[in-house]
Each structure stands twice: as C-alpha cells, then as structure tokens.
Design a binder for this molecule. Structure first.
Ligand SMILES: Nc1nc2c(ncn2[C@@H]2O[C@H](COP(=O)(O)OP(=O)(O)OP(=O)(O)O)[C@@H](O)[C@H]2O)c(=O)[nH]1
Ligand SMILES: [Mg+2]
Length: 586
C-alpha cells in the first residue's frame, strides 16, 4: 500500500508505477459519494473519509480478491467530469485513461442527475462497469425512490443499491463486478456536449426516480437552514465557540484529573528507579534531571499535549463527518474572499488547526496554484497546530484567559494579513466558490471511532518521534553546557530584543524540530505577562515543523519552502521584539 500521511488525509501515494498496473479496478465517482468507505470495506485498508468533497486528493491502492484473482483496487479522487479542474481531479482523469480491468462507479442516490454525467463518460471507455447506488439510507430518509432495475437497464450495466457505511450491498457489488468482468464490454458513446449530457441525465432520472410525499426530517431542515446567513451564521459561530470551550476547558480538566497525576506516577517511578542505579551524575541528569528524558519525555507529550490533541480530533472528526464544514465554507466565503481565497479553502484552514501536513496536501482540491500557496502560507505562518495550541493554552491561560484570547486575535490578524499580502504578491487568479453542500449526516459510531483512533495513532507515530528527539536535544544541550553557550551568544536577541530571560534560548533551538517545542520550554520559566505574550508570539510564528518543510518542497518546490521558512522566521523575531519594545514603553 502507499504512503500514509500524518493525521487526516489517509494515503497520498505518488507512485506513478501504479498507473501502469494491468489488473487495476478503479473506484470512480463524483466527490463525496462514499468511494473511500467502499474502498476500506473491500480491502480492509483504512483510508480517510469525510463528509465534504475533496477528502481524497491523492490515491490509495490495495489488493482485492475476486474469485481466484487478486486485483489492485484504486481509491481515486472524486471528480465531477473527465475534464479536470483541479490537481486532484486530474489524477482521476489520468487513471481512467490509463486503462483498467473494471470500474466500480459510485453514485449518490440523493443526487442522481449530476452523478449520471460522469457515469456516461465512464461508460464511453468500454471498460466493464458496475454502479453502486450509494447513500441509499439517506435517499430513503429524503423520500427518494429509485427504480434500480430500470436504471440498470437504461445504463446498460448492473446497479447495486448500497449503504457503504454499514456494508449493505457491498458483497453483491463484488459479485456483479466479477460477472461483468467476465463479459466483454463495448464503449457506449457519451452525449457530445455538456448540455446534452445534462438533458440525457435528467431524462433518465425522470424515468426511474420518484418521490414519496413526506415532510422533510429535522436533520434535513437543519441542513438547509445552516447554509443561510440566518440562522446559519449565528449557529456556525456558536458551534465554533462551543468547540473551542470544549477543547480549552475540557483539555485543562482532563490534564488535571487524569493526565498529570498519571504522568507524575510514571516520572516518579523512573526518578526513584534510575536515581537508585548509582549512575554517573551526567548520565543521571540526562535521564532524570531538569530536562531529563524520562521526565519531560512524559510530561510534555502526555501531560501537556495529548489531552488537547484527543479532544480536538473528537470534535473535528464529528464536524467533518456530519457535513457542517462545507456549510461553514459557504457562510464564511465573504470573509475568506477578503483574505484573497474562496470559502472552499476554509476546510483546509480548519485542518491546519489539527496539523499543517494534511492541510497543505488538502489544498490539492483548490482550483488554482495561487490559492494553494496562499492557504499554505497562512497555515505555516499563524495557524497553530493542535499540539502547539495545547502548549499555548497552558502557557497563556495559566496567567489569564485574556492573554490567550489576545493571542488568538493576533493569530487571526496575521492569518488575514498573510492571505492579503500573498494574494497581492502572487500572480494568477482565485476562482469563485463552487462547493458541493453534502447531506447532513449523523456520523456512524463505528466509523467515527475508527477514524478517531487512526488519527490518534497517526499522532503517536508522526509526532512522538520528533518530540522525543527534541527532548533528547534539550537534555543533552543542557547537560553538555551547549545551552549556556547559546544563551551567551544569543543574549542580545533573547534578552535585549525579545526581553526574555537567557534560559529561554531553548525555545528557539527546539522550535526548529516541532512547533509545540517552541512553547514547552517557556512553561518552566517564571515569566511576566508581557514576556509570556512575546514568547507566545515568537513561538506561534516561528518555523513550521521539519515535516511541513518536506511537504511544501514536495507539493510545490524548494523555493516556496525556503521563502515560507525565511518569512516565518524573520516575522517571528521581528514582531516578537516589536511587541516587547512597545510593551516596555508603556
Ligand atoms: N449515511 C451514509 N453515509 C455514507 C454512506 N457512504 C458514505 N457515507 C459518508 O459519506 C461521506 C463521504 O464518504 P467518502 O468515502 O469520504 O466519499 P468519497 O467519495 O471518497 O469522497 P472524496 O474523497 O471527496 O471524493 C463520509 O462522511 C461517509 O461516512 C452511506 O451509504 N450512508
Ligand atoms: Mg475519498
């Protein structure tokens, strides 16, 4: 299987060889119709699914057995047509042209007319196709009745009703695909123009779709209400505030009640165990001293950050799966436009509050390169990932909640400014918002739990290693005297310009590895409110994590990565110092 990305977006394989495999089966379909859920169910390989268009922006492949044959099932990014309008859609088009043994074309039963447009194009390739008429439960909820036999007859291919989230119909889908691949398929010519395509689709739908008379369910009325400024906007703002309160105060409560006592027990055990071994002082200090690996190696990742990460993903996964984020994207389109991007990028920005890596990869669904770079810059400059936010909440709220709110306000004004400035500096255009509003869904319990668990596992795998590396660096730097030397060299910057105590030098050293590590060392210092705010500002803007540089270089090029790196570094030190100088003058 292909590479997995950190927390959110599942696999993002770039292995071009996959296009050449001759036993491919493609999962094609419009965005957000359930292809990734079908893929996970059929292969046992979990990939991220979410209730908005553009979740899958790279592709994943895994083995699927049909009869006595093994095939490569490919989870292709969703596309509305085979004329691609984004980098993600281009992948789908390329796969279709690369040939395949069969295609599972997933259709959204609640949106058949639009879905049939792509179905016609897929049928024109002459590859054996079966159709999964998915989201059948939602269609029923909405009183939509599809005559499956009639649709199958009109399309000239099997149509199997499915509810991918609970596995309904997937076995029958496999059986139908196997049978279809045993026959030879001939291309069916697609309507020549867009107009004809829509007309033919509408005609087909009129022949096989009927509606039962029933009042719309509460969830559907809520879904409709949430895209209108009233009551959608106040509801969206309320939801964001509730989420924030849940993460900030819930995280604090979790730390106090469970995580800090648990970590104290563990560090206490290691202190007495290692302390009793009679090791040389230097080694003992490295292991259990002030910055001891067995002390802060538990305190920072588990006592400080983990509770916030867990709560963030509980909340974010819920918002993502119920279909609220695309509604917010529409409501905030005006604000996003002022930042130089369109509302659709709101989702990538939100993802950045979890982790910058999937947020940057997620920009592949943006329609222009300019928009991709603007969002990437915003995320790198001033969207704190949840690990950094967790550390920041502890650092600032310990002094005053107002300090924390002021930091959030500063972050938003920087995000806004970065968007505006990069928008002006870069050539090119940003397209108007075209976003699909999905059905409001109640997340399926098992899928929700699994996704949350995959994200937490991703956090452990991706973040714990570099965090431990930073902890080891801190410990060795302290005990070898390197930290004191660096404090002397950087004294004019740290104390003179930023007004921080010399020991604060550690936050600049560790911040090179990971973003939250630019905050954690400040917790051990006894800082004034101004110093806390200055330290927080520098940490917020300071370099993105090493893994983020890698992703930017891969998604764009090294020049963009260097420009963002230099930009964030210079702005962090300049703005931090400026705030200090202004603060001192009062
Ligand atoms: N109720 C219900 N929800 C479904 C069904 N199939 C998928 N979903 C949900 O629909 C959303 C979209 O599913 P995905 O598998 O991410 O869709 P996709 O086609 O891969 O989307 P892209 O990657 O954006 O092209 C997710 O929230 C799924 O949990 C279904 O049959 N019934
Ligand atoms: Mg997908």
């Amino acid at each position: 299987m292909s590479n997995k990305c950190a927390n959110c977006c599942g696999a993002v394989s770039q292995d071009k060889a996959v296009y050449g495999y001759d036993n491919k089966i493609l999962l094609m379909g419009n965005p957000n119709v359930g292809k990734s859920v079908v893929f996970s169910a059929m292969t046992g390989v979990h990939v991220m699914s979410a209730n908005y268009a553009g979740t899958t922006v790279g592709y994943t492949h895994a083995n699927m057995v049909l009869g006595d044959q093994t095939y490569h099932l490919i989870d292709v990014p969703g596309t509305y047509s085979l004329q691609a309008s984004s980098q993600a859609e281009a992948v789908a088009v390329e796969f279709m042209h690369s040939g395949a043994k069969g295609v599972i074309c997933v259709l959204d039963a609640t949106n058949l007319t639009r879905n049939l447009n792509l179905a016609f194009e897929v049928l024109s390739f002459g590859i054996p196709v079966v159709f999964a008429l998915n989201l059948n439960d939602v269609a029923k909820r909405k009183g939509i009745v599809v005559d499956v036999d009639k649709l199958s007859q009109l399309l000239g291919a099997p149509v199997i009703p499915t509810v991918a989230v609970n596995g309904t119909g997937l076995f029958q889908l496999k059986v139908a695909l196997q049978a279809q691949m045993e026959k030879s398929a001939s291309p069916i010519s697609a309507p020549a123009t867009n107009q004809e395509c829509w007309e033919q689709a509408a005609q087909m739908v009129s022949q096989c779709v009927s509606h039962t008379q029933q009042a719309p369910k509460l969830i559907d009325r809520l879904g409709d209400a949430m895209i209108k400024s009233w009551p959608g906007l106040p509801l969206a703002i309320l939801l964001m505030l509730v989420s924030l309160v849940l993460i900030v105060f819930g995280g604090k409560a979790l730390r106090v009640v469970a995580f800090i006592p648990m970590v104290s027990l563990i560090t206490g055990f290691f202190s007495s165990f290692i302390g009793g071994l009679g090791l040389p002082t230097l080694l003992e200090n490295i292991l259990i001293g002030e910055y001891g690996i067995f002390i802060i190696g538990f305190e920072w990742p588990f006592g400080l950050i983990l509770p916030y990460v867990a709560l963030f993903y509980l909340v974010f996964t819920f918002l993502e799966d119920c279909g609220i984020l695309p509604r917010m994207a529409v409501l905030f389109d005006n604000v996003m436009r002022k930042m130089g991007v369109q509302g659709g990028s709101f989702i990538s920005l939100m993802m950045g509050f979890g982790c910058a890596v999937p947020a940057i990869i997620g920009t592949r669904s943006a329609t222009t390169q300019k928009e991709r770079i603007i969002i990437t810059s915003m995320v790198c400059f001033a969207v704190p990932c949840i690990s950094q936010s967790g550390a920041m909440i502890t650092l600032l709220a310990s002094q005053s909640i107002w300090l924390l709110l002021a930091m959030f306000a500063l972050a938003f004004s920087i995000i806004f400014t970065v968007g505006y400035v990069t928008g002006k500096l870069l050539r090119g255009t940003v397209d108007p918002i075209v976003i699909e509003i999905p059905n409001l869904l109640l997340p399926e319990k098992k899928a929700y739990g699994k996704k949350f668990w995959v994200r937490m596992k991703g956090f452990f795998v991706e973040a714990e290693g570099p965090m431990l590396l930073a902890v080891v660096m801190a410990s060795v730097a302290k005990e070898s005297g390197l930290l004191d030397m660096a404090a002397v060299w950087l004294e004019p910057l740290i104390s003179g310009w930023l007004g921080l105590p010399e020991e604060a030098v550690l936050f600049l050293l560790l911040g090179v590895v990971r973003r939250e590590m630019a905050v954690a060392p400040l917790l051990a210092l006894d800082l004034t409110a101004l110093q806390l705010f200055v330290g927080g500002t520098v940490a917020l803007l300071y370099l993105p994590c090493i893994s983020v540089f890698g992703v930017i270089a891969k998604e764009f090029n090294t020049k963009v990565a260097i420009a963002i790196g230099v930009g964030t570094f210079v702005t962090a030190l300049f703005l931090g110092g400026l705030i200090n100088q202004i603060g001192l003058s009062f």
